[in-house]
Design a binder for this molecule. Structure first.
Ligand SMILES: [Zn+2]
Length: 326
C-alpha cells in the first residue's frame, strides 16, 4: 500500500488549497483499481479445462494455444506466439508455444506476469496406481494462474496502466521426469518453455522491473507462503505482494512466513535473464510434498477451484500492478 498512501498524501493537500488541483487528481488514475471478477476468472479456468488435458502434441493443446492467443488479442494485447521444438527428458520432441501478450508497449518500465498453461501428461502422484498413466486435467496446476491473468488482461485493455505489462503463458512446464525415471539432469527437465524463452526472449535484451509467477492459485483455502527462491532473488517483491494482500484482508491466504523452495518457471527467469521474480504457489504444510492433495492426480479438476481464492490473488495483483509507479 505504500504507493497508494503516497498518492493520497500528495493529492489531499492539493485539493484543500487549490480547486484547479482537482484536475490533477482526476488525472491520477493509479488509485482507480478496476474490479477483478472472480466469476470471470473462474470461467477462464473452466474454458481451458473444457479443451481437455493440455498435454503437448495433442489436439487439445493446439486448440488451447489458439484460444489463449485470441483472448489476449481480444483484450487489446500485442501478441506473439513463440513456437519451439523442445526435447523432453525422454527424448520426445514437444511442439511448444509460449503465448506472450503485451500491454502499453510504449512504456519503458515493464512488469512481467506469467503462468504455465500446459498440463501434466501423467497423474503420477495419484493414490490409485491405475490412474498414474492418465493425464492431469490441470484445473489448478496450469488453468488457475492463466485464468487469473486472463481476467487481469481483460482490464489491462480497458483501463490505462502506468507501466507496461507483459503476460507470458509458458508451455511445457509440467513435462518433467517422474521420480521413477533414472536419468541425469532431471531437475532441468521441468519448465522447458520458460527456459527456452529466458534464453531467447521475444524481444532481444528484454527486461522488466520484476516478474510474478502464478502457479496453483485456485484451491479452496489455499495458503501462499514466502517461497524461498523468491525471497532469495526478489525478497522486496515478495514483501510488496504479501503486504498488499494483507492490507486488503487476504492475510489468511498470503501467509507472511517462510515456505518451501521450488524449481518453477521463476527460477530460469531469475537465473538466466536476471529479472527478479517471485512465485505465488500454494504451499500446504500438512502434506508430505508441500503441494495440495489434488497435485498431479486425476482430481485436479474444477471441483477443486474456489472463486474466493482466485479473488484474493486477482485483487491483490490488480492493486500491485495499478499502484506501480512508472
Ligand atoms: Zn505440475
Amino acid at each position: 500500500m505504500r504507493n497508494f498512501l503516497f498518492l493520497l498524501l500528495t493529492i489531499l493537500p492539493l485539493m484543500a488549497c487549490n480547486k484547479a488541483a482537482q484536475k490533477t487528481q482526476s488525472e491520477v488514475k493509479t488509485i482507480n483499481i478496476p474490479s477483478f471478477s472472480a466469476d470471470s476468472a473462474y470461467a477462464f479456468v473452466k474454458k481451458q479445462v473444457d479443451f481437455g488435458p493440455r498435454v503437448p502434441n495433442t489436439p487439445a493443446h493446439v486448440a488451447c494455444a489458439q484460444y489463449l492467443s485470441a483472448e489476449l488479442k481480444r483484450f487489446g494485447a500485442e501478441v506473439i506466439e513463440q513456437k519451439a521444438d523442445l526435447t523432453a527428458f525422454d527424448g520426445t520432441i514437444l511442439k511448444a508455444v509460449n503465448v506472450i501478450g503485451s500491454f502499453n508497449l510504449a512504456a519503458d518500465t515493464r512488469i512481467l506476469l506469467f503462468a504455465h498453461w500446459d498440463s501434466r501428461p501423467w497423474a503420477d502422484h495419484d493414490p490409485i496406481p491405475e490412474n498414474r498413466k492418465k493425464p492431469v486435467v490441470g484445473a489448478n496446476d496450469g488453468g488457475s494462474g492463466v485464468g487469473v491473468l486472463l481476467e487481469m488482461a481483460r482490464h489491462f485493455g480497458q483501463n490505462q496502466l502506468n507501466v507496461g505489462v507483459d503476460i507470458i503463458f509458458f508451455d511445457a512446464e509440467d513435462y518433467g521426469a517422474p521420480e521413477s525415471f533414472r536419468g541425469k539432469d532431471t531437475e532441468n527437465s521441468w519448465c522447458l518453455g520458460s527456459q527456452y524463452w529466458a534464453k531467447n526472449p521475444h524481444i532481444p535484451g528484454y527486461t522488466a522491473r520484476y516478474g510474478i509467477l502464478l502457479d496453483m492459485v485456485g484451491a479452496p483455502q489455499a495458503t501462499f507462503y514466502r517461497e524461498q527462491a523468491s525471497d532469495y532473488y526478489a525478497g522486496s517483491v515478495v514483501t510488496k505482494v504479501w503486504s498488499q494482500a494483507q492490507s486488503l484482508g487476504f492475510g489468511n491466504y498470503f501467509i507472511n512466513q517462510k515456505g518451501g523452495a521450488i524449481t518453477d518457471d521463476h527460477i530460469y527467469v531469475n537465473q538466466i535473464l536476471g529479472i527478479p521474480s517471485i512465485d505465488i504457489i500454494q504451499y500446504d504444510p500438512n502434506t508430505n510434498s508441500g503441494f495440495g492433495k489434488y497435485w498431479h492426480t486425476i482430481n485436479d479438476t474444477m471441483e477443486n477451484i474456489d472463486k474466493e481464492t482466485l479473488n484474493a490473488v486477482g485483487i491483490t495483483l490488480m492493486h500491485v500492478v495499478y499502484n506501480e509507479a512508472p
